[in-house]
Design a protein around this ligand. Sequence first.
Ligand code: GLU
Length: 272
Amino acid sequence: MRKLTFLAVVALSALLLASVATAGKIEEIKQRGVLIAGVKDAVVPFGYVDEKTNKLVGFDVDLCQAVADKLGVKLELKSVTSATRIPMLAQGSVDILAATMTHKFQRDDVIDFSITYFMDGQKLLVKKGSSVKSAADLAGKKVGTAKGSTSEQNIKNAQPKCTVLSFEGYPQAFLAMNQGKVAAVTTDSTILLGLKNSAANPNDYEIVGNYISDEPYAMGVPENDSDFRDFVNKVLVDMWNSGEYKKMYDKWFGPNTNYYLPLDWKMETWPE
Ligand code: GLU
């Protein structure tokens, strides 16, 4: 009898363990009561520390808050960089990413992506009066960007004759330009606008050239959990249809902000 009870306990524990192992992200997050989101912490206006409150704020942060609200859980933020974000999600140290991250097929191997929630493209930031007016002018020159970004690869394709210096983040690349170590900083135009317009003297800089790439941003979600991915997509589509998205977009990128980017694309939506 005692042996039987023991066996039953073993079998029950195995069953419980299996159900935990196969439980999806949604259940895991709800049980925990917290959505752990990876965001940037030095990319104005997507994810950065508000000097007054010392809190992480930004468009990507608001988006994560919306997902947490729809799940009925609290939000916990973890800082990620362009290089650490995908490994952190793949290893499970965050549940979701909203981190200025472009959806590329090359990035699909270890994580999955939501539908596109933001659209931008890559440009150059230079000091006003610079001889660099486009990627063509970067031949033989140094350009700064962030390690692990699409910007690193795109600029090499656009101008194979430039030297790319990759920093941990964009503020470091911007500092290098101010110190005369690189002739330009390159990445998505709104991130460049964030660097320029949050600097002490925005008029000392200009954003130049045509877009050298398309950068559709998507939220990163764990590989092979379609229930969670569907949930996140539904949150985005509902926000788009209800006007909540536009409100949030205008808060950070509207005409009355320092980071104006006209909303000239439409989210992919589908009927209920
Ligand atoms: N959107 C680009 C990327 O995902 C550049 C911005 C970034 O480094 O986060 O790589």
